[in-house]
Write a protein that binds this ligand. Structure first.
Ligand code: FO1
Length: 335
């Protein structure tokens, strides 16, 4: 069995990535214990910030908060986002005033996070600094980095019945329209001026293992890879790069990645996403790809693209299965 990597970097979006991280940290506590109940392995998470949005005067960072709350024990298990024991009194009061966007689920407890982040940003702190400060409370057990401290938001080009072709914020498309409005394109507003946040390039180049977890390949992993320098870092790091399929039997496990993949012309399948990421030997991002047992028929197609592949049970239904998936990811990396 190859030694457990000591520096692991994970590119993460929202719920799928966060759930994978819970399993990874659990596995590392047993596979590489530090003797104090933790792990000797260090995990750095590079989070997508393309979903971030200004709403009701506060800055909301869904994927940063989902990872922070999930690993910090504050997440709503039922929703997968936002806080447990949550109320939406402020949201209801705003709606009573007729204030939009009434479709956005602004939670009362969650609002405290956004207020602190907004005040900190407005007094000159960077998103990285704010994220580190918020993590002091939640102690996620990883180093949590935004992909960039600069604003780069995912917007969606849609055909609106009345207005014709318009771009709306990803959150409006995702929450208000449930991705049901056909997305003609995804555009990252501000991406051209977005630099990697401090430590992000190093976290990839100095890692012993880089993981692309089962996050949305288009608007989460794809968004992160659009930040200047990140795609090249993944292509050139000496660390093995292993991905975990977010698609099982032709459907996303959660969310609406299928709608996103359709927009960029990629098949909603384990093989389709693997070939979309591509093999590092061909200038792509993957050395290996973990798929579900249900998709074992596509092993030949994936390995013929020079991507090592293994099939395992891939549904993260509880901590045990999530930890087993993390173990399989590390095994595939080392194989
Ligand atoms: N997702 C929803 O489906 N409905 C919501 O009202 C909603 C509000 C929300 C507020 C804060 C937050 O951090 C996440 C929130 N999400 C909501 C999830 C969010 O839209 C997605 O998690 C990501 O943007 C995509 O992964």
């Amino acid at each position: 069995m190859s030694p457990v990597p000591s520096r692991i970097t994970v590119l993460s979006g929202g719920i799928g990535g966060a759930r994978f991280l819970v399993g990874l940290l659990a596995h590392l506590r047993t596979a590489n214990p530090d003797g104090k109940g933790g792990s000797a392995s260090e995990v750095t998470v590079i989070s997508n910030t393309g979903d971030d949005i200004w709403v009701h005067g506060v800055r909301v960072c869904p994927d940063l908060d989902t990872v922070m709350y999930t690993l910090g024990g504050g997440i709503s298990a039922e929703r997968g986002w936002g806080r447990e024991d949550e109320h939406f009194t402020v949201k209801d009061e705003l709606a009573a005033y007729g204030v939009e966007p009434s479709w956005f689920g602004l939670g009362d407890r969650d609002l405290a996070t956004h207020l602190i982040r907004t005040q900190s940003l407005q007094s000159g702190f960077t998103l990285s600094e704010v994220t580190a400060a918020l993590s002091d409370r939640w102690k996620p057990g990883v180093t949590l980095l935004p992909m960039s401290d600069d604003r780069a938001e995912t917007h969606v080009v849609v055909m609106d019945p009345e207005q014709g072709r318009i771009a709306i914020h990803f959150q409006e498309w995702w929450i208000r329209h449930r991705a049901a409005l056909k997305a003609e394109a995804f555009v990252m507003v501000g991406i051209d001026d977005a630099k990697p946040a401090p430590g992000v390039i190093e976290a990839i180049m100095d890692a012993d293992l880089v993981i692309l977890p089962p996050s949305n390949p288009v608007v989460s992993i794809g968004a992160i890879l659009q930040v200047a320098g990140l795609a090249d870092a993944i292509r050139t790091t000496k660390a093995p790069v292993v991905g975990v399929s977010p698609i099982i039997s032709g459907a996303p496990v959660r969310g609406m990645a299928d709608a996103c993949l359709e927009t960029i012309g990629v098949a909603t399948s384990a093989a389709g996403v693997a070939l979309h990421y591509g093999s590092r030997s061909a200038g792509g991002y993957l050395d290996a790809w973990l798929i579900a047992d249900e998709d074992a028929a596509s092993i030949a197609a994936i390995s013929s693209a020079d991507i090592r592949v293994a099939a395992v049970p891939l549904l993260m239904s509880d901590l045990e299965t999530s930890a087993a998936i993390a173990a399989a990811t590390l095994a595939l990396a080392g194989s």
